[in-house]
Ligand binder design. Structure first.
Ligand code: GRF
Length: 187
């Protein structure tokens, strides 16, 4: 299965997927990393893994649709079959979603449908839940709302800060994102 990964930040989930492929746990290849933020760490990880990274800066486009058109063009250029949003911090439009029907997945740091949107970890702390987690789901137009593929639960501990809780959630993200891709690659 040919993968395209989209990331805006640190890229630890990119790393987890690359590692699972290297270990033979996923029957797939990462064709390209697309990143939108010039200071993202993800492209450094890509370089270390020998994966091509393409910077598409949303600030260079007049509309979300024009930006998504460029993304679709790039994904097609690299022959991508499954698109993975791993910390992609931009809203997407039908231009992207309709180009890859049911072939775009996202990782979100909460047990959806709780705590959609940004600051999901802070939202969980503010709500006082004792269990939160992470979700891999299909991407649809409504943010963080597509069909759920895999979830993992994570305890909230008494002295958690957003940072300590997010770190604990990320350990689980790094398990379930590769698992979801492995399942997709078996089909
Ligand atoms: C993850 O927590 C993911 O759930 C959220 O953004 C974060 C990305 O982390 N959508 P990383 O860049 O993969 O380290």
């Amino acid at each position: 299965l040919k993968l395209g990964i989209m990331a805006s930040g640190n890229g630890s989930n990119f790393e987890a997927v690359a590692q699972a492929i290297a270990k033979g746990q996923i029957n797939a290849q990462i064709q390209v990393l697309i990143y939108n933020n010039p200071s993202a760490q993800a492209p450094i990880r890509a370089a270390n893994r020998g994966v091509e990274a393409v910077l598409l800066n949303h600030r260079d486009y007049n509309s979300r649709e024009a930006f998504d058109e460029k993304i679709v063009h790039t994904l097609r250029q690299y022959d991508v079959e499954l698109v993975i949003m791993a910390g992609w911090m931009r809203l997407v439009t039908p231009v992207l979603i309709d180009a890859f029907p049911d072939k775009i997945i996202n990782i979100h740091p909460s047990l959806l449908p709780s705590f959609k949107g940004v600051n999901a970890v802070e939202q969980a702390l503010a709500a006082g839940v004792k269990i939160t987690g992470c979700t891999v789901h299909l991407v649809c137009l409504e943010v963080d709302s597509g069909s759920i593929l895999i979830q993992a639960a994570v305890p909230v501990l008494p002295n958690d800060t957003p940072e300590t809780l997010h770190a604990r959630i990320q350990l689980q993200e790094h398990q379930i994102l590769p698992q979801a891709i492995a399942l997709a690659a078996q089909r």
